[in-house]
Ligand binder design. Structure first.
Ligand code: ADP
Ligand code: MG
Length: 291
């Protein structure tokens, strides 16, 4: 593109809070045919709240105190939501030892001499916990689009916690705008398949890539590239940085983590997913002008 076209494109973007880091980003934006959006924090607000807390074979108050003790040690956004819920419900404050974080799975710790695990199915499977007793509840909650987290105490299934993270107001419109521009839209998430499918259905997204471990997100981008797609990845989290780097165009949500913002080629300062379509449109306009 000519220097003038680049300047115009960069300026148009800046007005809207769409920051292109360099001229290449602007040109690449013109040729994107597939957009992958991270779910949590990108399509959703990234502020989960506990909606259901189900105890099985243990009292609610005891389970809540045990779980909160583990989650106080974790930096995961879901952990923060569980701790808030425990505080609001006056849960007893217990201390945790031998805390262990398992990325993409959950966490565990010893609390009052009991081994407590909080996380997804994969975590329970890895720890040989039989989730049969809580599976029906877990599936019901996940089918509503809520994230269902499982709890085990001393190796036994002990509860299910459901968390809801509301979609951003413009998420559905953002997907529609990309479809209108002839772009394929996929959602990528570490969350479980059922929850991801429900949210995708609400937002009009047809392709869902769920249950992805943090370290596997970039491989999913590479798979689409190997199939000939020109991929933009949109994300906010630390976990998303390698995928942003792998994509032809990395787009970071402005409210996201520093590492996502540093890695990306484009930053959406307004944290509005609608600006993804605008970024691509500006790219196309810039390249058209140069011809
Ligand atoms: P995402 O890509 O959606 O941000 P993560 O890869 O961070 O998800 O986590 C994937 C899943 O692992 C979560 O949906 C949750 O089920 C489980 N998980 C991870 N950490 C925790 C935690 N501290 N407490 C409860 N569940 C957790
Ligand atoms: Mg995220």
């Amino acid at each position: 593109a000519t220097p003038t076209a680049i300047m115009v494109g960069t300026g148009l973007g800046a007005k809207r809070g769409v920051l292109f880091k360099n001229a290449t980003a602007l040109e690449t934006a013109a040729h994107i045919d597939t957009v992958i959006l991270d779910k949590t924090g990108t399509l959703t607000k990234g502020q989960p709240e506990v909606t259901d807390f189900i105890a099985a074979g243990i009292s609610r108050s005891e389970l809540l105190a045990l779980v909160a003790a583990v989650e106080r040690e974790s930096e995961h956004p879901l952990a923060g939501a569980v701790v808030n819920y425990a505080d609001e419900n006056g849960a007893e404050k217990l201390s945790a030892s031998q805390f262990r974080n398992v990325p993409g799975h959950g966490a565990g710790a010893t609390v009052t001499g009991r081994r407590v695990l909080v996380g997804n199915r994969k975590l329970m499977l890895a720890e040989n916990v039989d989730i049969g007793p809580i599976l029906a509840q877990r599936n019901d909650l996940a089918s509503t689009g809520r994230t269902a987290v499982l709890v085990a105490v001393d190796g036994k299934a002990a509860g299910v916690i459901a968390l809801a993270d509301a979609p951003r107001e413009t998420a559905a419109a953002a997907v529609a705008a990309l479809h209108e521009a002839g772009i394929e839209v996929a959602m990528l998430t570490g969350d479980n398949e059922a929850t991801a499918q429900r949210i995708a259905a609400i937002l009009g997204i047809d392709t869902v890539i769920a249950d992805v471990l943090p370290q596997d997100k970039s491989a999913k981008v590479a798979e689409l590239q190997a199939a000939g797609k020109r991929v933009a990845m949109v994300g906010d989290g630390v976990n998303d940085a390698p995928a942003l780097a792998q994509a032809d165009l990395g787009i970071a949500i402005g409210a996201g983590t520093d590492v996502a913002i540093e890695t990306a080629d484009v930053v959406l300062m307004r944290s509005d997913p609608l600006d993804v379509a605008i970024a691509l449109r500006i790219g196309k306009g810039t390249v058209r002008k140069m011809r």
